[in-house]
Design a protein around this ligand. Structure first.
Ligand SMILES: [Zn+2]
Length: 266
């Protein structure tokens, strides 16, 4: 029986079958329960905890996901490295459906989401200049390339509040700034991971072009879901292979994100 895990996966419900000898654990946190029970098991020799970020029955839309509870629960289980597969829209004509983007930057366009653990009377400012783990990114890029994905190493993920999609003007504005992809869940996941000194890596599967790209194309929810469903098996393999490619021992800067602060972490 595994009651701890080294690696966390936050993803869609297609990932349950990832884990061998899976066990379900109900957890509570100071921020309420996570999106669902946590499934813990193995991928190869690595112990992995999986949380479906929208809940098993998809009851949490992006703006209502209990982000703080999810990351806290993972850390409490011993997790130090997190993989975050998700569906995104592309802001660039050259990245079409099926491209796998491993972003290295993020722009936060969300509003009203709880985005810190440190909202009491302490001043805790963590560095977020480079929001993603460099080791996790290189493991994901290498694995995606080996797996035959059209892989994009780097780029900027714009995280919008949702649940609506972007207008054409917003989408053109993002693209005009040189940003690459648009999603709804990458923030505050990334900052909350950093605030707990966890490594966080986004595996962003392009499912469609965003509204402003290739005029005339808009996005429908059904199209996104259908495309994602078609790619679930490939994504599962990618996540599974990336888990096994993550370093055993962390040497990245994420480890020291909280150096200098005296904090009680789970
Ligand atoms: Zn790291």
């Amino acid at each position: 029986m595994v009651t701890r895990a080294d690696i966390g996966v936050l993803g869609g419900s297609g990932f349950y079958s990832l884990l061998d000898d899976a066990e379900e654990i109900e957890l509570d946190t100071p921020y309420g329960p996570p999106s669902d029970v946590v499934t813990i098991g193995h991928i190869g020799s690595r112990s992995v905890a999986f949380i479906p970020r929208h809940g098993r029955d998809h009851r949490f839309p992006p703006h209502r996901i209990p982000y703080r509870a999810n990351l806290w629960a993972l850390r409490k289980l011993g997790v130090r490295q997190v993989l975050a597969p998700s569906a995104v829209g592309s802001l660039r004509a050259e990245y079409g459906p099926g491209a796998m983007v491993i972003p290295d930057q993020l722009v936060d366009r969300t509003s009203g989401r709880a985005q810190t653990y440190y909202d009491d009377d302490r001043a805790i400012h963590v560095s977020f200049a480079d929001p993603y783990c460099p080791s996790g990114r290189s493991a994901a890029v290498e694995t995606a390339r080996k797996g035959g994905w059209e892989t994009v190493d780097g780029g900027t993920l714009v995280v919008i509040e949702g649940p609506r999609f972007s207008t054409r003007a917003e989408s053109q504005w993002y693209a005009g700034n040189g940003w690459s992809i648009v999603g709804m869940t990458g923030f505050p996941e990334a900052i909350l991971a950093r605030e707990l000194a966890l490594c966080y890596t986004s595996l962003s599967l392009v499912t469609d072009h965003d509204a402003g790209v290739e005029a005339g194309q808009g996005v429908t929810h059904d199209e996104v879901l259908e495309f994602f469903a078609q790619n679930v098996t490939r994504m599962r393999t990618l996540v599974s292979d990336t888990v096994q490619a993550l370093p055993d021992k962390r040497t990245c800067p994420c480890v020291s994100a909280l150096d200098g602060f005296s904090l009680e972490l789970p």
